[in-house]
Design a protein around this ligand. Sequence first.
Ligand SMILES: C[S@@+](CC[C@H](N)C(=O)[O-])C[C@H]1O[C@@H](n2cnc3c(N)ncnc32)[C@H](O)[C@@H]1O
Ligand SMILES: [Zn+2]
Ligand SMILES: [Zn+2]
Ligand SMILES: [Zn+2]
Ligand SMILES: [Zn+2]
Ligand SMILES: [Zn+2]
Ligand SMILES: [Zn+2]
Length: 507
Amino acid sequence: MCWMIMDTADMSGSESTGIEVILKEGEFGNNPFCPHGPTMLFVKMSKGEQQGRAFYACSACRDRKDCNFFQWEDEKISKDRLLAREEENKAKQPPFTHSDYCSRYLQFISLPLEQKRFCQDCQLLLLPEDWAKHTTHNILPDITTSQLRRPSQLLCPLENKKTNAQYLFADRSCHFLLNLFAALGFRKVLCVGTPRLHELIKIRNMCGDNQIIKSLLLDIDFRYSQFYTEDEFCHYNMFNHHFFNGKAAEDVFNSFLSEGDGAKVVMVADPPFGGLVKPLAYSFALISSKWKTLQPPDKRSQEMPMFWIFPYFFESRILECFPTFSMLDYQVDYDNHPLYKHGKTGRRQSPVRMFTNLCPKLMALPAEEGYRFCSLCQRYVSSENKHCLTCNACTSKDGRSWKHCSLCNKCVKPSWVHCTICNQCALKDHPCGKLTVGCFICKGADHKRRACPKAFSSKDTRLGKQAAGKKAKVGAEKDVPCKQTAGEKRAAGIRLKKRRKKKRKIA
Ligand SMILES: C[S@@+](CC[C@H](N)C(=O)[O-])C[C@H]1O[C@@H](n2cnc3c(N)ncnc32)[C@H](O)[C@@H]1O
Ligand SMILES: [Zn+2]
Ligand SMILES: [Zn+2]
Ligand SMILES: [Zn+2]
Ligand SMILES: [Zn+2]
Ligand SMILES: [Zn+2]
Ligand SMILES: [Zn+2]
């Protein structure tokens, strides 16, 4: 069973050929392993047809400098090479096991303050026996208990944009999320790539009268192993649902998902923005189906409550995978992202939103930040998002007021004008006559290539079928303009250039 997946390299809407991912249901584990777990199968696509040999490459790292695994799908690998690869994979694992990190932590907290040191170069809490090895390194002395409670502030964010892009929530967004989950009655939060939220939950639990909320962090950043026990953190890859510590970690995950103790679980994921949507969706669907199997039989038809934090211009792709999701207007902002800050004018508003399968009318957005309830849409919207009576919706996606174009029969960005040559709205200085209308793969006029049914095989996986089912609905009800602002285009352009470079390297 094949589920063909388009690579984000095609975000710009260019007609270039794309490298796509093939997910074979249930077969991840049979793919060769790189240091980041099972690799993914990629193939070069041109006009909807497979071109050339398929190959395996790393699921997590989009930069070959981070992981240079490469193997043709039909390549025979000698025993010696397999052994060498296994050795290499082992050598690339963290310097300590998680249980070693835990015993080091216990030793560390029993040290007097003047002996509590953190090596900034090695990103490691040091024990006295380590000191000699770090004499020439940058050492942060006198690590306090409150610093230990905020590892996301102590560790320097991994800023490798392609692979980790560790953008940390600003306090405003982190508190909003936590208060929302608490108000909705959740008592367990599965934090997928949200270390800052995880630490805030733990801090909140220490403040007396709050209901205790449990949190389990799943993240690829193993540095967190030195601060959290094996019940609080799993070293995890969200692109292939791989637990680095194998069965022991999966058992922790399974018991966290079980609601036998009456504590309701919610999942929140904030993946790196350059990540491929469909492998992520595939992992989240696996998490959700695991949650279902742990529910009592009469509740198995319910969906696991999920929040996926991602830029708004991925809306149609996320909805293809999860038709029951909707996008909230809330703008998520980050401390260390120069562009994704809240409340600035124009493009400096954060494009990052929350997608959830919970009922939008229950997601109360803060009135003090200008969000209001639209009784017609039955959801909270941002202050500038005006209800269009023709579209019968609050149509803005980016926080600015959009305007209705009667020729396009939809609302468009305020900076767009209707072009009679292209027969659609676009920026004033668009490359006239060159806008792509409809689908590049099958030439159909009613959808874009990413929603093309031909991009899926006839034997779709469950998610693939859902995607096909949603397509018509998306087209009819939520025609999401896929054009981007100049800022987004620039960002996508930079990504595209880098990807082209990578593709050249691969070829
Ligand atoms: C955009 S940041 C989100 C951080 C979040 N806003 C916070 O403040 O807690 C992405 C997070 O995903 C993690 N991450 C990146 N690639 C990952 C992967 N393949 N699997 C799991 N986690 C990953 C990063 O380490 C980082 O914590
Ligand atoms: Zn890898
Ligand atoms: Zn060091
Ligand atoms: Zn409305
Ligand atoms: Zn409208
Ligand atoms: Zn128009
Ligand atoms: Zn034009």
